[in-house]
Ligand binder design. Structure first.
Ligand SMILES: NC(=O)c1ccc[n+]([C@@H]2O[C@H](COP(=O)([O-])OP(=O)(O)OC[C@H]3O[C@@H](n4cnc5c(N)ncnc54)[C@H](O)[C@@H]3O)[C@@H](O)[C@H]2O)c1
Ligand SMILES: O=C(O)[C@H](O)COP(=O)(O)O
Length: 624
């Protein structure tokens, strides 16, 4: 094992930040209860699904449902039925589920001011993508509003942090519109290829233009799916049925899911270079924002055709107009826009080679019915205090459990976040192993919260999914992530700390930083909590010691004098503050790793300057 030199002093103790909030709450079912922690008396992990000062009884019978009161289960006192405000069109099937349990008011098309004025009278609010559930709305509802239901996938219109702070659970309906979105993608693909909307408009204007609207065939053409998640894989299945050759790019997709559908996973550049059609299905997150830009359009085949039913912001729309004008992109079919609705004079929308729809991906009768039932059941369940599998904001854990586990929760999430950022290539993550070194017996340490946080770290940076204790295992399963856990006994039974270390291993996966690969071929990261602060202590075979705060640069270099000074100088000249630095090496004079904590992200040139130091063999910048 490598030797380590901590070059900067031990960190000051700092309470690790966490999105998990402490609160008093209803107990979890026994299947999810945390066994008694050693030496601290019996203790259970409790997860508040909603903070409900006056728990609501089961629904009244049909005969008394009009009374707006129900008989409380415990003492027989009469309590008002919960009230649900539905702010956007919800299918009747969902409304029926809601009415079984609650008083329902449908107020479609409210202005923001009307919503603010109304929300305090309701226990739950249901929206689609058109209503902004802002901090002001959540503050206005504070004390009464307990649940926000998003009838669909994207929750970019809900202020999750404010909801969590207000003790308001947010649930969504992540699966019911997948097929509708995929079908819309296929509809746009086919109608674009055959100029259906342009020819339709021309004919309605009295023009019979058979030669102008000669299309292109789909059979035998290569379709690149960018983002091989729920919608992307459904599009792939359907495109194969049309006789297309389907390739996909998704650095985080499980290889076996692709293999099962007969889809080849390739790199981003290969996907866009080989494709005749490119269909976008990735979430809008910082790393995908405007990922389709002048540079990427230049790498595509001339005459490529693009479909977007994901989010408008993944495309640089000005660059797309340029690519359409030059003929680099022959056609585009778009359901989503960076601003919705787009301006009336949008060059993109008005472009003759562009087919557009007004965010209709989820808008089928069946999907809206499915989404409505899914969200209604989730909202009713949450109002009853049940666990919600589609909860998207934090569960609440009692303060005493959190205070002991908080730094490890933070460590687990950060190790996951770092590990997924090290993944490269198209092989996909095959397996994840989390190894806990602990002096506690299996019954004294429940690792579910930690496993959930590793999952959160692995999934959230690369998807639109929000992971918490409630939905972590569900999310991992759905994404094909096989997470196994191992407990290694630490021979210091007197240790007070619940854990000595946590190790995250991604098995047999390519890495953009070869130094993170262990002898066994896995990406390996290990961390410990020191002075209450999570530290990274192992990268592949190299021991390091760097506090996991801010951001991290990892460099692999030949072990020789002067390297720390060279890198430190470059960062200093560029005004990048170094918080910690640590070097680990295999043998003197051989390979070494430098782990550098930086407060802010260095710009591209600074990173290039570091990479240009002759002894540096590779480096990577990681966000925490
Ligand atoms: N138009 C509509 O009405 C409509 C309907 C449903 C979903 N959507 C949107 O479609 C998108 C996909 O939804 P989903 O339910 O399939 O989500 P998902 O989370 O199941 O799939 C997203 C996939 O993108 C991958 N990904 C992340 N970063 C990537 C990158 N840089 N390159 C390539 N792949 C990357 C993830 O690994 C994941 O597999 C989301 O943006 C969602 O908001 C739109
Ligand atoms: O995120 C989603 O589920 C889709 O974009 C659909 O949004 P909508 O419910 O506003 O149609």
């Amino acid at each position: 094992m490598a030797a380590s030199r901590a070059l900067l002093p031990a960190p000051h103790a700092r309470a690790a930040g966490s999105r998990l909030a402490a609160a008093s709450a209803a107990p979890l079912p026994s299947s999810l209860a945390l066994p008694a922690a050693r030496g601290r008396g019996a203790r259970g992990i409790r997860c508040a699904i909603v903070s409900s000062p006056a728990p609501v009884a089961p629904p009244p019978s049909e005969s008394d449902s009009s009374l707006r009161i129900s008989r409380g289960g415990s003492g027989g006192t009469l309590r008002p039925k919960p009230a649900v405000l539905v702010a956007e069109k919800l299918s009747e099937a969902g409304l029926a589920v809601l009415r079984e349990f609650a008083d329902v008011e449908c107020a479609y098309g409210m202005s923001p001011a009307e919503l603010l004025a109304k929300v305090a009278q309701f226990d739950a609010l249901i929206v689609r993508s058109g209503t902004k559930v802002t901090r002001e709305v959540l503050e206005a509802g504070r004390g009464r509003l307990r649940v926000v239901g998003r009838a669909g996938v994207g929750i970019d219109n809900v202020d999750l942090q404010a909801a969590t702070e207000a003790g308001c659970l947010v649930v969504n309906a992540p699966t019911a519109n997948t097929v509708a979105a995929a079908e819309h993608g296929i509809a746009l693909l086919a109608s674009m290829a055959r100029n259906v909307s342009q020819a339709d408009a021309a004919l309605k204007a009295g023009k019979w233009q058979r030669t102008k609207y000669v299309g292109v065939s789909l059979v035998g053409k290569t379709l690149a799916i960018m983002g091989f998640g729920k919608v992307g894989s459904e599009v792939a299945r359907r495109a194969k049925g049309l006789g297309m050759h389907v390739i996909a790019h998704d650095p985080y997709a499980p290889a076996d899911r692709a293999r099962a559908i007969g889809v080849e996973l390739v790199s981003f550049d290969e996907a866009i270079a080989r494709a005749d059609f490119i269909s976008l299905h990735m979430p809008l997150i910082p790393t995908t924002s405007k990922i389709f830009n002048d540079e990427s359009f230049a790498k595509m085949k001339t005459g490529v055709r693009i479909i977007n039913v994901a989010r408008g912001g993944v495309i640089d729309e000005d660059a797309l107009v340029r690519a359409l004008d030059s003929g680099k992109v022959a056609q585009a079919a778009l359901d989503v826009f960076s601003v919705e609705p787009p301006p009336k004079d949008s060059k993109l929308v008005l472009h003759e080679n562009v087919t557009v729809t007004p965010h209709l991906g989820a808008s089928t009768v069946e999907a809206q019915e499915g989404v409505a039932i899914e969200i209604a059941e989730a909202v009713v369940g949450a109002l009853k205090g049940e666990l919600a599998a589609t909860a998207v904001n934090a569960p609440m854990v009692p303060a005493e459990v959190m205070s002991e586990l908080a730094p490890y929760v933070s460590l687990a999430e950060k190790l996951g976040r770092l590990a997924v950022q090290l993944v490269a290539g198209e092989s996909g993550i095959k397996g994840v192993k989390v190894v806990y070194t602990t002096a506690r017996g299996p019954d004294d340490l429940d690792t579910r919260l930690l496993r959930a946080m590793v999952t959160k770290g692995l999934v959230e940076p690369v998807s639109s999914t929000f992971v918490n204790l409630v939905n972590a295992d569900y999310t991992a399963k759905q994404r094909g992530l096989r997470i196994t856990e191992e407990r290694v006994a630490h021979d210091s039974p007197a240790a007070e700390a619940p854990l000595e270390s946590i190790q995250v291993r991604l098995s047999q996966v390519q890495s953009k930083f070869a130094g993170a690969i262990s002898d066994g071929g896995d990406i390996v990261l290990e961390g410990r909590v020191k002075y209450g602060v999570p530290h990274l202590t192992l990268v592949g075979p190299y021991e390091v010691d760097v506090s996991l705060e801010g951001n991290l640069i990892l460099c692999r270099q030949i072990d020789q004098p002067g390297m720390i000074g060279k890198v430190g100088n470059i960062l200093g000249q560029r005004n990048v503050n170094i918080s910690f630095m640590s070097v680990g090496r295999t043998f003197r004079g051989k390979q070494a790793i430098m782990a550098i904590g930086v407060d802010e992200e260095p710009d591209k040139e600074t990173l290039e300057q570091i990479g240009a130091i002759p002894a540096i063999e590779e480096f990577v910048f990681l966000e925490l």
